[in-house]
Write a protein that binds this ligand. Structure first.
Ligand SMILES: *Cc1c(COP(=O)(O)O)cnc(C)c1O
Length: 249
């Protein structure tokens, strides 16, 4: 019955329903409209057929964290809207602009410059979120909270960039800690920053925060985009999905 090699479509649909229920419950808990949170399914390492199951079930926004994987999947999944959530190398910026992708990780001036330049060449405006290192974690990209406004100001002044909000990845929770409660103050801090910036720059609206383990706190603290992989697709493979590997479609 429409079985796909290596893809358990029923499990993916069940997981997706659970994630949507969790988002709705978190919204209800704080009096938010469930429609104010967009679910972005992070399909990295999973085959296009798995991503298509999610899109066909009504979650049309997908994300990848490697440029090559996004480029390989984009033509193989119908009706999807794409996001890029990885660390973007300057030399790969050109491959991403002009493809309608929201880039979550604008984390430094040199990348902002390059994205704006390439968008200008392509005759387009590139939409980005500025990535903020809320926990001042040496392993994470982006300016810390006190320096974030400066990067937002810089990026929004570039001719071919539109800064639509902020993104963060909180520090890994300490062993044994509740991931939601460990992340909550970081999410609250990003929201406070967004609220402050938005008074001057109304286009800075989105808050991309929350992954499988800390989705509830992110929604309760105001996320408008949540990036969920494992809770939808199950455990990830160790390597990127690639075409022409004799693997699953
Ligand atoms: C992989 C990834 C996610 C999804 O993580 P899960 O824990 O699998 O939900 C979210 N955001 C970014 C930036 C990622 O790289």
């Amino acid at each position: 019955m429409g079985a796909l090699p290596g893809v358990d479509a029923d499990a993916i649909r069940r997981n997706l329903a659970s994630v949507r229920t969790a988002i709705a419950a978190a919204c209800q808990h704080v009096g938010r409209e469930p429609g104010s949170v967009r679910l972005v399914a992070v399909s990295k390492t999973h085959p296009p057929a798995a991503a298509q199951v999610v899109v066909d079930a009504g979650t049309v926004e997908l994300a990848e964290n490697r440029v090559s994987e996004l480029l390989a999947k984009q033509p193989r999944v119908d009706d999807a809207v794409w996001h890029f959530v990885g660390r973007l190398q300057r030399r790969k910026a050109r491959d991403l602009v002009g493809r309608g992708v929201l880039i979550h990780g604008c984390d430094r001036r040199s990348l902002a410059d390059e994205l704006s330049f390439r968008a200008g060449e392509a005759g387009t405006i590139q939409r980005v979120l500025v990535q903020v290192n809320v926990g001042a974690d040496p392993a994470k990209a982006g300016p810390s909270l006190p320096d974030a406004a400066e990067l937002v100001a810089y990026a929004r002044d570039l001719p071919n960039l539109a800064v639509e909000g902020l993104m963060t990845i909180p520090p890994r929770p300490p062993d044994g800690a509740d991931p939601n409660e460990a992340a909550r103050p970081h999410f609250a801090a990003l929201r406070a920053l967004r609220d402050e910036l938005r008074t001057e720059w109304p286009e800075v609206t989105h808050l991309s925060m929350g992954m499988s383990a800390d989705l509830r706190a992110a929604v309760e603290e105001g996320a408008t985009l949540v990036r969920v992989g494992t809770a939808i697709f199950g455990e990830r493979g160790r390597t990127a999905w690639q075409p022409l590997r004799g693997g699953t479609p």
